[in-house]
Write a protein that binds this ligand. Sequence first.
Ligand code: CMP
Length: 139
Amino acid sequence: MQRTLSIVKPDGVKKNLIGEVIKRFEENGLRVIGLKMIYMDKREAEGFYAVHRGKPFYESLTQFMSSGPSVVMVLEGDNAILKTRELMGATDPREAKEGTLRRQYANNIERNIVHGSDGPETAAFEIGYFFNALELFPY
Ligand code: CMP
């Protein structure tokens, strides 16, 4: 059993994809054990993406992530991190496999509709960034 954090990003929310993303995860054996809508401010987006500080896309990415509401969720299941990443597809939608969420719905590498943690340490940091223990409900 593993946990990961996923975000329906502001572009995904604006494209009415909240349900589609959750459905894809649930259909593939993941359980949503924490869920909320948030509107990140710039500082919160910068903290979330702190590992990317200094990269050329950091400023634009954190502006975009604080440009509208997002839906953040904690997913639980066998191999949750890898499974979530497979369902999302590659970061750049042009490289994402047919049938993946990003291939189907994303505009470009920045506006790629959905985020998922890329490893166990990142997942622990990212889950803790948005959820406390009392907001998670394993079932
Ligand atoms: P995400 O999975 O949320 O993790 C970091 C995000 O940075 C990534 O999805 C993209 O939205 C963005 N990103 C990564 N690489 C680039 C890039 N080369 N140009 C623009 N945005 C990027």
